[in-house]
Design a protein around this ligand. Structure first.
Ligand SMILES: [Ca+2]
Ligand SMILES: [Ca+2]
Ligand SMILES: [Ca+2]
Length: 252
């Protein structure tokens, strides 16, 4: 039975034409301290105090359609003394950076939806002691203003790259976040009307910041999937060489 299911799945996958576009470095707007590393990742901050950076994908995405964005993040090597984290954000205006430090480059961005990956406990914001996620609206970073969260996650500041998938299912208005293949947080909300005033076109990007304490923060793009089916990703070995491409986008 499993074999039949597998064959059906492979036939299903094979029927979708993969009109691959390969985004290049130029597809992203870099700001702040961000630069491209030799491994073709974006380093948003170095290990130094009061650093900040962001990247924004230049083409908007429609919240009226399903999509999933898969990338890899590295939030540093210092656990106890490392800070502050990263935010994956949607906003109608690209290339913006909010307040740094505890604001993680997201605070003050209005309107916006932010998925916070917070590695430093700011007690006055309601942060738990552990690394945590939250889905936040309009640049408000106190957890009392969360859409969902905070959700405690295992330590991420381990000097390793971690998979991050942000998935949007407009038919049920569900935003979900997977880290290392495990769904850790989700929210159901009318983002188009309740956050973006009826505008479905938004830009997505990532911000990172340090404050008095600091860490490396990096983003690498493996692939971007837009359209139906949202999770029909190619296998890792099918991806183009990272020496040429930062990401691959498939659309249907
Ligand atoms: Ca930690
Ligand atoms: Ca930390
Ligand atoms: Ca924090």
């Amino acid at each position: 039975m499993n074999r039949i299911l597998l064959i059906c799945f492979l036939l299903f996958v094979a029927t979708f034409p993969s009109m691959a576009q390969q985004p290049f470095v130029d597809d992203f707007t870099l700001s702040g301290d961000t630069y491209l590393t030799e491994e073709y990742c974006f380093r948003l901050t170095e290990e130094r105090p009061y650093a900040s950076g962001s990247i924004w994908y230049k083409r908007p995405v429609s919240l009226a359609k399903p999509f999933a964005i898969e990338l890899t993040i590295m939030v540093g090597c210092e656990d106890e003394a490392g800070a502050d984290g990263m935010v994956f954000a949607f906003t109608p205006q690209a290339n913006r950076l909010g307040y740094v430090g505890e604001g993680i480059g997201f605070a003050g961005l209005v309107p916006s939806v932010g998925i916070e990956i917070d590695t430093w406990c700011n007690e006055h914001l309601g942060d738990p002691a552990e690394d945590h996620l939250a889905i936040m609206l309009n640049g408000r970073i106190g957890h009392w203003a969360n859409l969902v969260g905070p959700v405690v996650i295992p330590n991420l500041e381990d000097c390793r790259r971690h998979s991050l998938i942000v998935r949007w299912q407009p038919e049920i208005q569900r935003l979900s976040v997977l880290i290392d293949g495990v769904e850790r947080i989700s929210a159901q909300h009318d983002l188009i009307n309740q956050v973006f005033g009826g505008n479905d076109k938004v830009y997505w990007g990532m911000t990172a910041a340090t404050g008095r304490y600091y860490n490396y923060h990096e983003v690498c793009f493996d692939r971007i999937s837009l359209g139906e089916p949202p999770m029909n990703f190619p296998q890792q070995e099918d991806l183009p060489s990272p020496t040429r491409y930062l990401a691959s986008a498939w659309s249907w």
